[in-house]
Design a protein around this ligand. Sequence first.
Ligand SMILES: *[C@@H]1O[C@H](CO)[C@@H](O)[C@H](O)[C@H]1NC(C)=O
Ligand SMILES: *[C@@H]1O[C@H](CO)[C@@H](O)[C@H](O)[C@H]1NC(C)=O
Length: 325
Amino acid sequence: MSQALLVVMLLSLSVAFSSTSAAILELTESNFKRTLATPRLSFVSFHVDWCPHSQSLKPIIDRAAKELETEYPDPSLLTFARVDGDAEPELAKRHGVMKYPTMKIFRYGASVRLEYRGQRSVDAIKEFVRAQLSDSLTRLAAPVSDSQVPVEPRQKAMIGRFRSNDSAGLDTFLRVAELLRDEECVFLAIVGEKDEPESVVYQRGTDMATQISLDYIEEIALKRLAFQKCMPIVRELTFENAEAITEEGLPLFVLFYRDDGSTVVDKYKSAVENELKKIYRQDQFFVRSWRLVRSSNSSNGKIVGRPATDCHRQLPAHLCVSARC
Ligand SMILES: *[C@@H]1O[C@H](CO)[C@@H](O)[C@H](O)[C@H]1NC(C)=O
Ligand SMILES: *[C@@H]1O[C@H](CO)[C@@H](O)[C@H](O)[C@H]1NC(C)=O
C-alpha cells in the first residue's frame, strides 16, 4: 500500500470518527444503565427515523449538546444521549415513551418526572439544561441554630448538618436533593459542624413539632423520608404541566377551587391521602394519578372526575407546539 493512500485512509478515518464522536451517545439496552449512572444530569432523547418531527429535532439537539459540552466539559455533570425507539423498543416502552420525539431527564441514572417539552431550539434547550444544573441545595456555614434555619412558614424543608463539604453524608444529601429538585421541599445543608454528629431532619415551616430526624444518614433511609415528604400526592395542574399530566393517560380526579385562602384544598389533600393509604403501602414512592387544579373562577370546591383529555383541545396553541409522532 502506498504511503499516500495510507495517509488518505487515516485522514478519512479520523474525519469519520470525529463526526460520530459528537457530544451525543447512542444508548442501547446494554449500555443504558452504565452510561446514565454517573452524570448528575442526562438529557436523553428518544427518537425514530421515520418521524419528521424527530428528524428535525436531531440537528438541534446535536448543536445544543456540542455547545453545552464546551460549557460543561465534565462528563460526570452532564451527558446527552439518544435512544432509537425502533432499534430499542423495550427500552422505550420501559420508560413510558409512546410518542416521538420524547426528551427525558435522568439524574444519577434515575428517571424523574420532568421531561423537556419546551421550544425545540438550541437556545431553549441550553437554557433549560443550565437551569437544571443550578444548585439544588442551599449551603449555610455553621453554626446555625435550629431557630435560625431559614425556613418559610409552611415550607417543607430537609435540613442537613455536616462536618465539611467533603462529607459522604453531604454527598448523599446532594444526590437526593437532585432527584427531588422539581418537587416541594427546599434542601438546606449546614456545613462546618464541629461537635454534633451529622444529621438530617425534615421540618414543615418553623414548627419543630413536625420534625422527623434520621438516626443516621444512609441513602435508602434518606430517600424514603424525602420522597414521602417532598413528593406531593396531589399536584397543582397548570398550563405548563397539563400536557405531561394528561399524557400519562390515567383518569384524573380534579378539584377546581378559588384561591381565596379557604381550607378546601387542605381538606381535599387529606381526603385523597387517606383514601390512598388504604390502597397503597406507605412506602410506595410514586403515586401519580391525583391532581389538583387552581381555578380563578366559580366552581370553587367542586370535585370533578374526568378521563385524560387531548391537550390540543384543552390548551392554548402555543403550549401544544411539541408536534410528535
Ligand atoms: C463549602 O463550600 C462552599 C461553596 O460551595 C463554601 O462557600 C464554604 O465555605 C465551604 N465550607 C467549608 C466549611 O469548607
Ligand atoms: C368566570 O366565569 C363566568 C361565567 O361562567 C365568566 O363570565 C367570567 O368571565 C369568568 N371569569 C374569569 C376570571 O375567568
